[in-house]
Design a protein around this ligand. Structure first.
Ligand SMILES: [Zn+2]
Length: 85
């Protein structure tokens, strides 16, 4: 086993990280990687914002492929139904 996590591994863990579902060891490793890797840091910031955004507006909806188009549809639907009431 290597000591450093790869970006690929880090990215896969980001979602669990955002859900606070990582065990302590993995969490430490990921945070170490994030401190050293600007790319993954950016991804985390982005994912975090997206996560907040999605939770805010859509609740616990899983993220499908074609994410952006689907998000726009859902947001539009939510806005319309709010506007209608
Ligand atoms: Zn990385």
């Amino acid at each position: 086993m290597g000591t450093a996590m790869t970006c690929d591994q880090a990215v896969k863990m980001l979602f669990a990280y955002l859900d606070r579902a990582l065990p302590g060891d993995a969490l430490e490793e990921l945070e170490r990687h994030l401190q050293a890797c600007l790319d993954c840091c950016d991804r985390l910031q982005f994912s975090r914002r997206l996560d907040d955004f999605v939770r805010d507006r859509l609740g616990d909806t899983p993220l499908p492929d074609g994410l952006e188009a689907r998000l726009r549809e859902r947001i539009h639907a939510v806005q319309s139904s709010r506007g209608a009431s």
